[in-house]
Design a protein around this ligand. Structure first.
Ligand code: M6R
Length: 386
């Protein structure tokens, strides 16, 4: 039932284009450049009247929620925040009847997220669940549900549920933006057009799996790894670090690239690979300057960039002193820059694509290390304890 793959995780990574297609199918009206209201789980009246979107989630779902927050602010201009379920339930959060709480949970059963939903409801907030499991506890406790159609996810490390959550949250942001008059039909057409071809673009990224496996082989003995990104690349950096620690047990940290100078830069030396997400977006130049700072400290960079970006490849090509002496042929391979290219897409689609190489990198590193990829130690698929 692993479909010929060695692990469920790899199967689920490869299934992502299909999962995205299933999640958006029937929910986008192309001629109207809009999201179909009946498919979203909240009424048009509510979409118009809310004054805040408050995302609650844990783990990977919280990373998807962070991207959702950026989109809701940008496309629908609603003040938004993301809170971790366990933090909401044990403090004294303040909700109001004009809040839309969006509870993001693959399983729909996470105890901390469910408790946060109940606290919000008790104060009169509206709650929308974004879940993958039909009729699970969180959708049942919510007023509406926007289901992702990823299909069952068996691997403990979440992959296809994350990218389908991104697709669902992007549709939610467009829906809110259109109802609230903050998103023009042209802009909506641009974003939804990008989403409609997102699955195909993802297939192009997946085609590079052998190259990513090669990079994983090179770095699987690392003790630590740093992931940097800006904008929606920041939650993707967090997600890349989480994937790596969950299944390979390598210590990894994700950071907003702009935070590097506030601390993590002290960690950089030739021993620590730094994965930099630097697609051609509004943050490109800033992120490339972070990449140069890493290189200036002899740091080793693995870059995820836009197809044909020769500049990034040039900047990260290892210097001769960084190449351990081996046979000339090996030296040649080792001096190749570790660049993973993604197609040029609308900026909103970037996180759906840039996370894919990070999932594959974590997967192949764990596989080289021989860990139990689908059932990593100490972790449960559904966390129903506090
Ligand atoms: O079922 P949920 O989406 O609510 O689960 C939340 C987290 O427990 C989950 O994302 C966890 O972090 C995964 N192991 C991530 O790979």
């Amino acid at each position: 039932e692993k479909g010929g793959y060695k692990h469920f995780m790899l199967k689920e990574i490869m299934e992502q284009p299909r999962a995205i297609e299933d999640t958006i199918r029937g929910r986008i009206n192309v001629s109207e450049a809009d999201v179909v209201p009946e498919e979203i789980g909240i009424s048009v009246a509510l979409a118009k009247s809310i004054t805040r979107v408050y995302f609650v989630a844990c783990g990977t779902s919280a990373h998807a929620a962070m991207a959702g927050r950026y989109w809701v602010e940008q496309l629908a201009k609603v003040p938004s925040t993301v809170e971790i379920g366990s933090e909401v339930r044990y403090r004294e959060p303040v909700f109001s009847p004009t809040d839309l709480v969006v509870a993001v949970s693959q399983s729909g059963e996470t105890a901390d997220t469910l408790a946060a939903v109940k606290a919000a409801k008790a104060q009169g907030a509206h709650v929308l669940a974004v879940a993958n499991v039909l009729d699970s506890a969180i959708p049942r406790a919510s007023e509406g549900a926007l289901y992702t159609h990823a299909g069952p996810e068996i691997g403990v490390a979440s992959t296809k549920c994350f990218t389908t959550q991104l697709a669902a949250l992007l549709m939610l942001a467009v829906y809110l933006g259109r109802r609230r008059g903050t998103l023009s039909a042209d802009e909506s057409r641009r974003v939804l057009g990008g989403l409609l071809k997102g699955a195909q673009d993802m297939r192009t990224v997946l085609e590079q799996k052998d190259k990513i496996q090669f990079i994983a082989k090179k770095f699987h003995r690392s003790r630590d790894m740093l992931f940097l990104g800006r904008g929606t690349g920041f939650p993707v950096a967090l997600e890349g670090a989480l994937k790596l620690k969950e299944i390979s047990y390598i210590h990894a940290e994700g950071y907003a690239a702009g935070e590097m100078k506030h601390g993590p830069i002290a960690l950089i030396d030739e021993e620590m690979p730094v994965v930099v997400l630097c697609p051609k977006d509004a943050h490109y130049e800033k992120t490339v300057s972070n990449l140069e700072e890493v290189r200036a400290r002899e740091g080793v960079v693995i870059a995820v960039c836009t197809q044909g970006d020769g500049e990034v490849a040039r900047l990260i090509t290892p210097s001769i002193s960084q190449i351990p002496s081996r046979s000339p042929r090996q030296n040649f391979a080792l001096s190749e820059p570790d660049v993973i290219e993604i197609p040029e897409v609308e900026p909103e689609i970037l996180p759906l694509l840039t996370v894919v190489p990070l999932q594959l990198l974590a997967y192949y590193i764990a596989d080289y290390k021989g860990t139990d990829v689908d059932q990593p130690r100490n972790l449960a698929k559904t966390v129903t304890v506090e």
